[in-house]
Design a protein around this ligand. Structure first.
Ligand code: ME8
Length: 523
């Protein structure tokens, strides 16, 4: 039975360049949370998509000598392939060029205009083309864009404005009443100090200097400008003000919008204000994750320092890459990506700890019992610590996952895996195996190990779905013994037959691989 609905979103990505490991990070994290919620029995809607309008895309298409639509179609098909490769389980994919989205935006814009939340005026200010953002003089940092640090230029044009200033008090009250609306809490402080305290200004929501956007249907010459178009994807994709879908009441309000830290302002201030204006409930949470950096700063195509997830997934496997991204970096903070950290993490956690535990355990059941674990099994005090830790794991993991701390969840699982490897050394099954009278004890030791592998792999499966499925087969667990409900200790029955298989996470030669990888990344 469903535990209720759970609606989770990623930002919709700009199809201006090839996506890199930073975008993959956000999508993999959202995917792991979505899979976790599905495993728990929630009716999950996981939405991602692409944000396809704007001047930048219009210019890129012109440079390539094709129409903007041809340009975005080309890039979006690459994005879809990347998500397929990364095993992303999104339920829906919204493109802002989709007809139903256009229909929603035109209706939303008109509604806000008719009720006075959008009005026509003249825009004077600073504009950052790469970020497609208007800024006030006071928001600039050293005269440059506060987001990307690039130069802004003076702009003046007739434009429609969203009356954001009218919502300042309600946004402040929201932050006050719901301190976990935006997490981590450091981001909430940033919003209050940098945006709410200086005062909210009305937001420019239409442009006349380019045409690649959703037309304002009652005022030809204007196209809807970025944030009304982009943010509304979260409701258009459920069928709000369009005829394509009919899930709005089933999933809205969203349980969480997962976004990068630089766009938390749009999601925690502008988006709630728009929803207030539309008279709609607000999302329950916005989580602003950190950036993946390279030594020397943020990854960006213009700096020529992006890391291609496809190269890494092809060399080490999709699951190893997914695991690394979630295990290496605390989700709310920035982290520095390096090839060395990636390979070392795969070797230590996946090849040495998890992989080794699976292969040693199945090999011993094979060797000492011909693959089928017998009963009776004789327990001992030496089992208590491992069994205790394993028995607690699901609730520790749940607490971490429910607070958007996937790294902590993984650390806890790996602690139990390390404890199990230590348990092998402590109980020395190879010595027990020499004594016919210790068979029942040996069976208990191997049972405890198989149980630990089973429940750890259930909990790892949102992060590494395919590898955990392989582990399930190797340890002889049935699909019904591989569920959230069965992720406690002591579920495996009387008869367990393992099926030794290939090594799931091969060890990587760090030095050789670093050289090979560097040349693959250059190529
Ligand atoms: O912002 N590390 O799109 P986008 C971590 N279309 N995350 C990163 C990253 C990095 N190095 N680089 C990018 C947009 N991201 C808008 C969103 S939503 C209604 C509209 C993340 O393609 C970034 O933080 O520029 C953002 O959350 C996401 O990728 C999409 O970025």
């Amino acid at each position: 039975m469903s535990k209720g609905s759970f609606y989770i979103t990623t930002p919709i990505y700009y199809p201006s360049d090839k996506l890199h490991i930073g975008h993959t990070y956000c999508t993999v994290a959202t995917d792991a949370i979505a899979r976790y919620k599905r495993m728990q029995g929630f009716d999950v809607m996981f939405l991602t998509g692409t944000d396809e309008h704007g001047e930048k895309i219009e210019k890129k298409a012109a440079e390539a000598g094709i129409t903007p639509k041809e340009y975005v179609d080309r890039v979006v098909s690459g994005i879809l392939e990347l998500w397929k490769l990364m095993n992303i389980s999104n339920d829906r994919f919204v493109r802002t060029t989709d007809e139903y989205h256009v229909q929603s935006i035109q209706r939303i814009f008109k509604k806000l205009y008719e009720q006075g939340d959008i009005y026509k005026s003249v825009y004077k200010g600073k504009y950052c083309t790469p970020c497609e953002s208007f800024w006030t003089e006071s928001q600039l940092v050293n005269g440059n864009c506060p987001d990307c640090g690039r130069e802004c230029y003076d702009a003046e044009e007739e434009a429609y404005f969203f009356r954001l200033s009218a919502y300042a008090e309600r946004i402040a009250a929201l932050f006050e009443a719901q301190p976990d609306f935006l997490e981590p809490s450091s981001r909430m402080n940033e919003m209050i100090n940098n945006f709410l305290k200086p005062g909210l200004e009305d937001l420019c929501v239409s442009r006349t200097t380019f045409t690649w956007g959703i037309p304002v249907d009652f005022d030809p010459g204007h196209v809807v400008y970025v944030w009304v178009d982009a943010l509304s994807n979260y409701i258009s994709a459920l069928g709000y003000e369009n005829d394509r879908y009919d899930d709005f009441h089933r999933y809205w309000p969203a349980d969480v919008h997962i976004v990068g830290k630089e766009i938390t302002r749009f999601h925690s201030i502008i988006w709630p204000a728009m929803l207030m204006a539309l008279g709609l409930p607000l999302p329950k949470k916005v989580f602003g994750h950190g950036w993946l950096l390279l030594e020397g700063g943020k990854m960006s195509k213009s700096k020529g320092n992006v890391v291609d997830p496809v190269v890494l997934a092809e060399r080490y496997g999709v699951d190893a890459l997914r695991y690394f991204l979630m295990r290496e970096f605390p989700f709310g903070s920035d982290g520095t990506f390096s090839n060395e950290a990636l390979i070392s993490r795969i070797n230590s956690d996946l090849a040495n700890d998890l992989g080794n535990l699976v292969s040693r355990t199945t090999a011993m059941v094979d060797k000492y019992f011909g693959g089928t674990l017998p009963s009776p099994r004789e327990t001992d005090d030496a089992d208590l610590e491992l069994v205790g830790m394993a028995g607690q794991l699901r609730s520790v993991y749940e607490q971490a996952m429910d607070t958007y701390a996937p790294q902590t969840a993984l650390v806890e699982v790996l602690k139990v895996i390390s404890r199990a490897n230590k348990y092998i050394d402590e109980t020395a099954p190879w010595i027990l195996a020499r004594d016919e009278g210790k068979k029942a004890r040996l069976a208990a030791v191997l049972y405890n190990l198989l149980e630990t592998v089973r429940l750890c792999s259930v909990l790892l499966s949102p992060f590494m779905p395919d590898s955990c499925e392989k582990i399930r087969t190797q340890i002889g667990a049935l699909p019904e013994q591989f569920t959230w409900e069965t992720a406690g200790f002591g579920v495996f029955g009387e008869q367990i037959t393992v099926k030794k298989g290939d090594i799931i996470f091969p060890r990587i030669d760090l030095k050789k691989e670093l050289e090979a990888l560097a040349s693959a990344q250059e190529g």
